[in-house]
Design a protein around this ligand. Structure first.
Ligand code: ASP
Length: 343
């Protein structure tokens, strides 16, 4: 692996990593890139040429919006040939959504796009930001046999490199903030970076990068729970303009056996709304043929999301509905892997 002559574009969107404490209110607020750079002089010595791109508006990632995803993929496309890889500094709160969205919007990716951030600001003595950032840069600049080692959208956090569209934020306290659901880590980092190449996605056909910039935000996550009311489900499924629903069901994709629920779901799918069945469990997959309580959903036209995460299912729906006019194709694609998001 050769780290010289590699260059990485560091894209700064915001998040705790670059925040400072507001002395008056005691809250954390976004600060500018110069503040961030002041705390990482190591960047000059890391053997990788790092250049930066700073978004006009630095945000807490709770303010993340699909328009920012569009901007991110455009920045990556415009700079694609000039860099070995890309590192995106992002808040942890919605990082899994952004990583998933980018994986669907950047088609035929053959370079690394690594999202990272931190739980403590970079200026704090015990910050986790420095290690996260430096290792992300090393991974984004890693080349083997003239090709980038990683060729997909990932999150690097607290010693783990994970496929972006498999991640979920699991902890708001520990440094180990992310979990990779139903998929092994792509690398574990200690003294060495141990890449698990068998799990990598590669653009073997060497197709050129293609970006999708359309999205349809008329989607919703509907979580089932014991005692859920007809009036509530009815109201959600009849929201004007609604086009997609991520239905969070029990266990392997099961729902209560209520006639009214099945009728409402069937009516919605008949109106062209795409309903995707996703489990409320952190691990495991939907299998609607396993129990009668799942089988009934199949008959309403609900499609299986298998072992996809909620974050990934939601943004995949947005991206597909924004780019694919044929609803039948959207339904088909929701049930298969298009970017490594389903096993
Ligand atoms: N609220 C912050 C954000 O997501 C949290 C973080 O960065 O860890 O921007």
């Amino acid at each position: 692996m050769n780290l010289s002559e590699t260059s990485v574009l560091l894209i700064y969107t915001g998040g705790t990593i670059g925040m400072i404490h507001n002395e008056e209110t005691g809250t954390l607020e976004s600060f500018n890139f110069k503040h961030l750079m002041k705390h990482i002089p190591e960047l000059d010595k890391c053997g990788v040429n790092v250049e930066s791109y700073v978004f006009d508006k630095i945000i807490d990632s709770s303010d993340m919006h699909p328009d920012v995803w569009v901007k991110l993929v455009k920045v990556i496309q415009e700079n694609y040939d000039r860099y070995t890889g890309f590192v995106i500094l992002h808040g942890t709160d919605t990082m899994a959504y952004t990583a998933s969205a980018l994986s669907f919007m950047l088609n035929n990716l053959s370079k690394p796009v690594i999202l990272t951030g931190s739980q403590l600001p970079i200026g704090d003595l015990r910050t986790d930001g420095k290690e996260n950032l430096m290792t992300s840069i090393e991974i984004a600049g890693a080349v083997e046999n003239g090709e980038p080692v990683v060729q997909e959208v990932c999150i690097y956090f607290e010693n783990h490199l994970m496929r972006g569209n498999r991640t979920t934020k699991q902890n708001a306290e520990n440094f180990n903030a992310f979990h990779s659901c139903n998929y092994p880590n792509l690398a574990d980092v200690g003294i060495h970076i141990k890449y698990e190449q068998v799990y990598f996605r590669k653009n073997t056909e060497k197709k050129p990068l293609e970006i999708y910039t359309g999205y349809d935000p008329n989607v919703v996550v509907l979580t089932l729970f014991p005692g859920i009311q007809k009036s509530i489900v009815e109201a959600v499924l009849n929201v004007p303009g609604l086009r997609g629903v991520v239905l969070k069901t029990f266990g392997t994709g099961n729902a209560p056996r209520n006639e009214w629920l099945l009728n409402l779901l069937k009516n919605a799918t008949d109106r062209g709304i795409v309903i995707v069945n996703v489990t409320q469990c952190l691990e495991g997959a939907v299998d609607m043929t396993r129990y009668e309580t799942g089988m009934q959903l199949l008959e309403t036209g609900v499609v299986s999301g298998h072992d996809i995460t909620t974050e990934s299912a939601l943004v995949k729906l947005m991206v597909l509905l924004g780019n694919e006019p044929d609803i039948k194709k959207v339904r088909e694609k929701m049930s298969v892997s298009i970017a490594g998001e389903i096993s």
